[in-house]
Design a protein around this ligand. Structure first.
Ligand SMILES: Nc1ncnc2c1ncn2[C@@H]1O[C@H](COP(=O)(O)OP(=O)(O)OP(=O)(O)O)[C@@H](O)[C@H]1O
Length: 300
C-alpha cells in the first residue's frame, strides 16, 4: 500500500513556484531520502504532507486520507528546525508528554537513548545549544515511532560523531518498529546507507524516485576514446559527458544490462551520491564563471 501520494500537485507562493505538476507514490514502511539543491522544493513537499501548507492545485494524501485529517495528524510527526516544545517544560516533562501523546512511544527505548546523548532531564530547551536542540528534536521525533515520520534536515547542526550515532539509532529503531520515514538532507553520502528509496527534487519537479537497490546498478560511468564511445552511446539517455583530456570522453548514462558489454573501456556503476550530483549539476561549473570574468576583465 502507498503511504503517500501526490497527484499533479502545484504549489506557488505568490508568483514563485515551489512544486510543479508533482506526482509521487511512496510505499509504506520504507526510509526515503529526499535530496535536492537549495530552493528545490523539499521543505514545501514535507510541509504539504504534514498539513502545514495547502497545495495550490492537485491532491496530496496519506494512506488515502487528506493530509489534514485527524487520522493523518494523529499518526505523524514533523521534525524541523522550528519544531516547538512548551518553553516552561523541562526535557523530562517533554518526554513524559511524548509518552502520553504517542501510541508507539516506549520509555524503555526512549529514556536510555536520551541518556546516551547526555541530556539532563532537569534542563529546559532554551538551555540547549543549537546542535543539542536539533538533536533533541530529532530524537523526540524518532521516539514517537509515528507511522509517518517526516524529518527536514535533521542532521543540520549535529557534529559528525553525533550524526553517526543518530543515524545508527534511527536504523536500529526502524528495524524494531518499521514505519514510513522521509528524511531530507544535503548530506546524501552520509545517509545513503540508511535509505531504501531516494527522491530527488529539482526546481519543483520530481526528477527521480527510485529504490536504492535499483539505483545502484542503473547508471554507468564510462571513459574511452571519443570515436569508439560515440557509437556505443547513440540513442542512450546521457546524464553527463565531458572530454576529460584530448580525444578522451567520460560519459554517464542510464543503463540496465550487464556492464561486461563495456569491458574494453574503463567502466563503473555510479554511486548514489554521484548520480545525484550528475542529475542536479548546473551546466558548466564555477570554473566557467571565473573563466568568463577573467576574459572580460577590462583594465582601461
Ligand atoms: N513561505 C514562502 N514564501 C515565499 N516563497 C517560498 C516560501 N517557502 C518556500 N518558498 C519558495 O519555494 C521554493 C522552494 O522552497 P523550499 O523551502 O521548499 O526549498 P528546499 O528544497 O527545502 O530548500 P533548502 O534546501 O534551501 O532548504 C523556493 O524558491 C523558495 O524561495
Amino acid at each position: 500500500m502507498n503511504a503517500i501520494s501526490f497527484e499533479n500537485v502545484n504549489k506557488s507562493f505568490h508568483r514563485q513556484s515551489a512544486l510543479i505538476d508533482f506526482n509521487l507514490q511512496i510505499p509504506e514502511n520504507t526510509i526515503v531520502g529526499v535530496a535536492g539543491r537549495n530552493g528545490a522544493g523539499k521543505t514545501t513537499m514535507l510541509e504539504i504532507i504534514s498539513g502545514l501548507q495547502t497545495p495550490s492545485s492537485g491532491r496530496a494524501a496519506v494512506y488515502g486520507f487528506p493530509v489534514t485529517s485527524l487520522e493523518v495528524q494523529s499518526n505523524s510527526i514533523f521534525v524541523e528546525e522550528n519544531m516547538a516544545f512548551p518553553a516552561h517544560f523541562t526535557l523530562g516533562e517533554i518526554l513524559a508528554a511524548g509518552a502520553e501523546q504517542y501510541t508507539f512511544w516506549e520509555n524503555a527505548v526512549a529514556l536510555p537513548l536520551f541518556q546516551y546523548f547526555e541530556f539532563k532531564m532537569s534542563a529546559k530547551i532554551e538551555q540547549l545549544s543549537k546542535g543539542q536542540k536539533r538533536l533533541f528534536q530529532a530524537l523526540f521525533g524518532l521516539c514517537t515511532r509515528a507511522p509517518l515520520t517526516l524529518m527536514d534536515e535533521p542532521l543540520e547542526g549535529m557534529d559528525e560523531t553525533i550524526r553517526k550515532d543518530f543515524m545508527e539509532a534511527l536504523l536500529k529503531d526502524y528495524i524494531q518498529k518499521p514505519r514510513t520515514i522521509l528524511i531530507s538532507s544535503h548530506h546524501l553520502k552520509e545517509i545513503e546507507n540508511l535509505l531504501e528509496y531516494l527522491l530527488i527534487i529539482e526546481n519543483g519537479h520530481n526528477i527521480l524516485f527510485s529504490s536504492i537497490e535499483d539505483l545502484r546498478h542503473s547508471v554507468l560511468e564510462i571513459t574511452g576514446p571519443i570515436a569508439e564511445l560515440q557509437q556505443l552511446l547513440t540513442g542512450r539517455e546521457i546524464i553527463f559527458e565531458e572530454e576529460i583530456s584530448p580525444g578522451i570522453l567520460k560519459a554517464v548514462f542510464y543503463y540496465s544490462g550487464s556492464k561486461d558489454k563495456f569491458s574494453s573501456f574503463h567502466c563503473t556503476w555510479s554511486s548514489i551520491s554521484d548520480i545525484y550530483t550528475y542529475l542536479v549539476k548546473k551546466k558548466g561549473g564555477i570554473r566557467d564563471v571565473y573563466h568568463s570574468t577573467s576574459s572580460q576583465r577590462n583594465y582601461s
